[in-house]
Write a protein that binds this ligand. Structure first.
Ligand code: WTA
Length: 651
């Protein structure tokens, strides 16, 4: 793991600014107390957080029921997520405060106060009921970043119908897989969403995706961009028409703490994405507590997380964790560089954003675009910055600190996953010194370690596998419909110590106990913070008639972190050239989505394999990243010679 060496040279440490510490929700003393409680009595710690940060309709009988690998948190308690995000803010001064400030890509702005959002959510909950959606039914949401997406989510949770959000960048094929696997009964979508000045069609994809899918009875369509879309009578309905007649009264369902809240699909090491299941009470406790402590949320903040709600970051920290704290959440529909490279900084200035949470890929893109763009805007409203989704290189961290944060804003580098539900490793901005490139320490109540393949604790500063050693409230409750895969993927890496969660990331700890995340160690690539399975791209490629075999690996990329490289063996007699490259890239776009398009496609007579027939991925990774040359890279190459040289090496 060669990355370790370079990271170890990072010696810079930043202490929290005294002015920040003074006003922090969790200062050093409070953080130390809670950390100690979390270490000695994790269940007591989380129960305390659950009482302080969540409103319950009835209390739990037991904090945790842990029958590894199946956990139940706050057993027997009842609550409702939409009640916590909305109703409980209506009796005080938050009632008429902005819950969502939304900006569309063309520049249109809408503000919804907590009272207004509550009204819309109640109405849409009644719309869902009118469409026959019942408690426990799954609803697929395939939408642009518009307020109706947040409204639909909250409406689902209000009536106890788990949502299954599919990022708008996924293709019709990918959408169909997710709708089918979840058995969704309804789909909420839009005609299109704005992206780089053009409408990105969504309803078309839905039509293709649900053709012949029996579970789907109803499609609700938001009119966003205005293009003509075919509406099938009896099945398709306009959002605005249904809402016009809907009552604004809808009491929140009193749901069991373990009632399913949502399913979110994520890539794994096989071709089939996993439906990660999250439930109500534990997830809400985890995201509300972490948001308050890590983002230091205050009533006067305007908080902006740039993630699309289609990913876990948007679920937990655009919507649920933020609104549950009564904080104003800014939502932006479009591309970061439309109409110009300063769009983000312009938004921050105009809306007075005080907390900004984004991905390292975005930061690296902005560095390349030039300092003049942020410098031409007043960014002094910012008081805290965050990053998520990928390892951040120290130089990008320093730029973020200097150019965006004006050297006064703490940076929280937050490590977590779709599976963890909420943030797990992170600085507490008023209490933990930061080091550029390190996610620092576990959140109180979370226990993590670096283990070897054999399960031994790896001594600092050596690299190993990141493991979570005890259950936490926001943890996934399983893979939808596949308990066996759940156990095998996450809980079977080590026999000893058993019942330990395998995150799929490599990491190391320094002598001070700080965590440094090094990236995925399985066959999952992290491209611009989006998880894409090598197997998914491979199966998209081999579904093309001219492809005999394909292997996909990641190579390091300065901007996107990882870039996708495909090695393809065409069927005999096929001309391997630019035309085929273009066709294959279209194929991947069709099967998965544009974000999974390989950056490089290289043709080879045969894929390098071990004698037992395993593809030699490490060799391919070395070739892809230029560590090992294979002659002319643009033409057919025979990798079997290299394979022979390396065979003993790969095993
Ligand atoms: C990576 C996103 C380094 C990691 C919330 C993880 C990170 C995967 C960080 C999960 C970070 C996330 N530093 N790497 N601060 N945060 N990752 O499920 O590889 O989309 O396993 O969840 O992103 O991606 P996911």
């Amino acid at each position: 793991m060669p990355d370790i060496e370079s990271l170890l040279t990072e010696k810079r440490t930043f202490k929290p600014d005294p002015a920040f510490v003074k006003q922090a929700n969790w200062n050093r003393r409070k953080a130390a107390e809670l950390r100690e409680l979390g270490e000695k009595h994790p269940k007591r710690f989380w129960a305390k957080m659950a009482k302080e940060n969540v409103t319950w309709f009835s209390p739990w009988k037991k904090v945790l029921d842990w029958k590894p690998p199946f956990a139940k948190w706050f057993v027997g308690a009842k609550t409702n997520v939409s009640y916590n995000c909305l109703d409980r803010h209506l009796d005080g001064p938050r009632r008429n405060k902005a819950a969502i400030i939304w900006e569309g890509e063309p520049g249109d702005v809408r503000t919804l106060t907590f009272a207004q959002l509550h009204r819309e959510v109640c109405k849409f909950a009644n719309v869902l009921k009118s469409q026959g959606v019942k408690k426990g039914d799954r609803v697929a949401l395939y939408m642009p970043m518009i307020p109706e997406l947040a409204i639909a989510m909250l409406a689902c949770t209000r009536i106890g119908a788990p949502h299954n959000i599919v990022f708008g960048g996924f293709s019709a094929e990918a959408l169909r897989d997710r709708i089918e696997d979840a058995g969704a009964v309804a789909v909420v979508t839009a005609d299109a969403g704005w992206r780089r000045g053009k409408p990105l069609p969504l309803k078309d994809a839905v039509d293709n995706a649900i053709e012949g899918v029996e579970s789907v009875r109803s499609v609700v369509v938001v009119k966003r961009c205005g293009p003509e879309v075919p509406m099938r009578a009896g099945r398709d309905h306009w959002w605005h028409e249904l809402m016009a007649d809907a009552s604004a009264k809808c009491p929140p369902a009193k749901l069991d703490a373990e009632h399913p809240l949502f399913i979110l699909y994520t890539s794994g090491t096989t071709g089939k994405p996993k439906g990660i299941l999250h439930t109500t009470g534990g997830y809400l406790t985890h995201v509300t507590t972490t948001a308050k402590a890590i983002f230091d949320l205050k009533d006067e903040d305007v908080y902006w997380c740039t993630a699309d709600i289609g990913w876990i970051t948007g679920h937990s920290y655009v919507v649920y964790g933020i609104l549950a704290n009564g904080t104003t959440s800014l939502m932006y529909e479009g591309a970061p560089t439309t109409p110009g490279p300063d769009r983000f900084w312009d938004i921050i200035e105009r809306h007075g954003v005080s907390i900004f949470y984004t991905a390292p890929t975005a930061i690296r893109t902005f560095i390349r675009l030039g300092d003049e763009h942020p410098k031409s805007h007043d960014l002094t409203s910012l008081r805290l910055l965050g990053t998520v989704g990928e390892p951040i290189n120290p130089e990008a961290w320093m730029w973020y600190h200097r150019v965006i944060g004006g050297k006064r804003c703490p940076i929280v580098d937050t490590w977590w996953q779709t599976e963890t539900g909420g943030i797990m490793i992170t600085p507490l901005p008023g209490a933990v010194d930061t080091k550029p490139g390190s996610a620092t320490l576990t959140f109180p109540g979370v226990k993590a370690a670096i283990l070897s393949e054999e399960g031994n604790v790896v001594k600092p500063p050596n690299g190993g596998l990141l493991a979570i050693q005890q259950p936490w409230p926001g943890m996934l409750r399983g893979i939808w419909g596949d308990p066996k895969r759940y156990r095998e993927t996450y809980w079977s890496k080590w026999k000893n110590p058993k019942d330990t969660y395998f995150a799929g990331d490599g990491a190391h700890k320094d002598k001070q106990g700080y965590f440094w995340i090094m990236g995925r160690v399985d066959d999952v690539m992290n491209v611009s913070g989006h998880r894409i399975g090598t197997m998914e791209v491979e199966s998209a490629l081999v579904s093309h008639a001219k492809v005999a075999e394909a292997a996909v690996v990641g190579r390091p990329d300065e901007i996107t972190g990882t870039a996708i490289v495909a090695f393809v063996t065409p069927i005999g007699g096929t001309e391997a050239g630019d035309t085929l490259v273009a066709e294959l890239r279209r194929q991947v776009t069709k099967e998965i989505g544009a974000m999974a398009k390989p950056a490089d496609i290289r043709f080879t007579d045969a894929l390098p394999k071990t004698r037992s027939g395993k593809i030699m991925r490490r060799l391919l990774r070395d070739i892809a990243s230029g560590k090992e040359t294979a002659g002319d890279t643009s033409t057919l190459e025979d990798l079997s010679v290299l394979a022979k040289l390396r065979e003993s090496d790969e095993g």
